[in-house]
Design a protein around this ligand. Structure first.
Ligand SMILES: [Zn+2]
Length: 103
C-alpha cells in the first residue's frame, strides 16, 4: 500500500480518489474524518490521504495524480456566488456547488 496524494482540502482528495477509481485502481482514504479533530493532532497529520491498495498500480496512479495536478494549473475560475477560487478541472464550485460560469 502506498500513499499517492494528500491535501488539506478533502474535496481535492476525493476528486483524485474518484479519478483513480474510474481507472479501476483500488484506493482507500486515511484521515477522511479527522478534520474535526485538528488541534488534537498536528495539522499535516490530519490531512486526508489517498492510498492505493496494490503497489503495482503506483506508476499509473501517479500519472493520474500528476495529470490532475497539471489540469489544476490551467485557468482557475472564481465562483460568482461565493467568490471562492476553483481549480480549472472543477465543473462546479467546491465550496457552494455553484455552477461554472462558462459551463
Ligand atoms: Zn461558490
Amino acid at each position: 500500500m502506498k500513499m499517492v496524494y494528500c491535501n488539506e482540502n478533502s474535496f481535492l482528495v476525493n476528486n483524485v480518489r474518484n479519478l483513480l477509481e474510474a481507472e479501476q485502481i483500488n484506493t482507500f482514504l486515511k484521515n477522511e474524518f479527522s478534520q474535526g479533530a485538528v488541534g488534537e493532532v498536528s495539522a499535516t497529520d490530519a490531512w486526508p490521504e489517498v492510498w492505493i491498495v496494490n503497489n503495482t498500480d503506483f506508476y499509473q496512479a501517479m500519472k493520474i495524480v500528476h495529470s490532475s495536478q497539471q489540469a489544476h494549473k490551467g485557468s482557475d475560475w472564481v465562483c460568482a456566488d461565493c467568490e471562492e477560487t476553483n481549480n480549472a478541472s472543477f465543473e462546479i464550485c467546491w465550496h457552494c456547488q455553484g455552477e461554472h460560469p462558462q459551463r
